[in-house]
Write a protein that binds this ligand. Structure first.
Ligand SMILES: [Zn+2]
Length: 152
C-alpha cells in the first residue's frame, strides 16, 4: 500500500487492538461476552495510521464451565442459576490486553486478521461467605484485510 508520508509503497504493521467497550450478560444457561475494539495498521516505515477496523470480539461461555460449579450442590446450582436469571447476582468481566494475528486461517482463507482478548468472568456466590467463581477464556473476531478502512 502507498504511504503519502513516505511517498512510496510500504509494508503494514498491525498494532495491538484498543478496547473501547466490553460487556457480559447471562441468558439461557450461558454468559455472552462482547469486547468492542479498534484495530489499526500502520506504515511500517513512518508509523502513520494507514488502515483501521472497528469490530466486536464475541464469545459464549456455558454456566457449567464456572470454576467451582462441580463443587456446588444441586440446590446451590439451582439457586445460582435463578439469581443470575433474575439479576440479583450480576457477573463481572475483566478484559486483558488483546492481540491481532495476521497469519490468517487456512490456505483458502488468506488475509484474515484475528483479534483475540483473554477474558475472565466472575460471579460472587455463596453464604454465609461468598466465593468467587470464574471462567477464563478468549473472545475473538475475524476480519478480512479488505474489511479494513483506508485512512489515506
Ligand atoms: Zn509511511
Amino acid at each position: 500500500m502507498r504511504c503519502e508520508q513516505c511517498s512510496k509503497f510500504v509494508g503494514l504493521e498491525t498494532q495491538d487492538p484498543e478496547e473501547s467497550d466490553s460487556r457480559v450478560e447471562y441468558s439461557g444457561g450461558s454468559f455472552q461476552v462482547a469486547v468492542d475494539f479498534r484495530s489499526v495498521r500502520n506504515c511500517a516505515e513512518c508509523s502513520s495510521e494507514m488502515k483501521d477496523f472497528e469490530g466486536s470480539a464475541e464469545g459464549e461461555f456455558p454456566l457449567e464451565d464456572l470454576d467451582g460449579w462441580t463443587d456446588l450442590s444441586e440446590e446451590q446450582r439451582k439457586e445460582l442459576t435463578k439469581a443470575l436469571e433474575d439479576g440479583s447476582i450480576e457477573p463481572s468481566l475483566e478484559v486483558e490486553c488483546g492481540s491481532t494475528d495476521e497469519s490468517g486461517g487456512s490456505r483458502y482463507r488468506k488475509n484474515i486478521l484475528t483479534t483475540t482478548f483473554p477474558i475472565t468472568i466472575s460471579v460472587e456466590y455463596g453464604h454465609p461467605s461468598p466465593k468467587t467463581l470464574t471462567i477464563s477464556g478468549d473472545v475473538q473476531a475475524e476480519a478480512a484485510a479488505s474489511e479494513y478502512n483506508e485512512l489515506m
